[in-house]
Design a protein around this ligand. Structure first.
Ligand code: ZN
Ligand code: ZN
Length: 217
């Protein structure tokens, strides 16, 4: 028993590199909570599970490893068949090769006020320290303090994430501010899942990061 996943549940299929072994993999996720790394798209939908990953878990118990190995259970039925809408499945299998073309266009996604979105992609740029006053042209101390209240005097970095959902065939670019306390150990080239919200200060729109996590098998 299981849902048939596809566009209706915001399914995303994203080419990535395994951070443990360096292989090319595909990460599938949807709003139902599916999360799975595939070696290839299409029958028999081989799931990625590498020695390097297993040895990285050497401190874990066998049962933890087993739980992680069956992480994608919501995407399969009892016969271990992958449950995707026919149209969605066809599209991603066709597009996976077309997307190897390096000339794929990049679309910059501007912030939308009060909109919260979830993205999955690769960190393409990090600016470690952003001067918030300078970025938002804030000069007056009093007004500035009010405007900047939501930044809470913490230190901020600016990240850019590129996301290629092969069902859409275009790469989207998101640039956002993130509290530096939340980004330890995240580096350029890492695969991440991010939740960002659009905001406005001094007529300037920006994305602010709520959650950022490295993606793991
Ligand atoms: Zn789904
Ligand atoms: Zn791997």
């Amino acid at each position: 028993m299981g849902l048939i996943h596809g566009r209706w549940c915001n399914a995303k299929t994203i080419p990535m590199t395994c951070r443990y072994c360096g292989s090319d993999v595909f990460y599938f996720s949807c709003n139902c909570g599916c999360k799975v790394f595939f070696d290839e798209l299409g029958d028999p939908w081989p799931r990625h599970y590498c020695e390097e990953y297993v040895s990285s878990l050497s401190n874990s118990t066998q049962s933890t490893i087993l739980i992680k190995n069956t992480f994608s259970w919501e995407l399969v039925n009892n016969d271990n068949q992958i449950l995707l809408e026919n149209e969605y499945e066809k599209t991603i299998i066709i597009n996976k090769d077309k997307n190897k073309n390096k000339n794929i266009s990049i679309e910059k996604i501007d912030p939308i006020d009060n909109e919260t979105i979830e993205i999955i992609g690769i960190i393409s740029e990090i600016i470690p320290e952003i001067n918030i006053n300078k970025k938002f042209n804030i000069v007056s101390h009093t007004i500035g303090t009010l405007l900047l209240k939501k930044f809470d005097n913490k230190h901020y970095s600016q990240f850019t994430v590129h996301s290629l959902n092969i069902a859409d065939r275009n790469k989207k670019s998101y640039t956002f501010l993130v509290n530096r306390n939340n980004v330890k150990n995240i580096l350029k080239g890492d695969n991440v899942g991010v939740v960002i919200t659009g905001n406005i200060i001094n007529n300037q729109k920006y994305w602010l990061c709520n959650i950022i996590d490295k993606l793991e098998i």
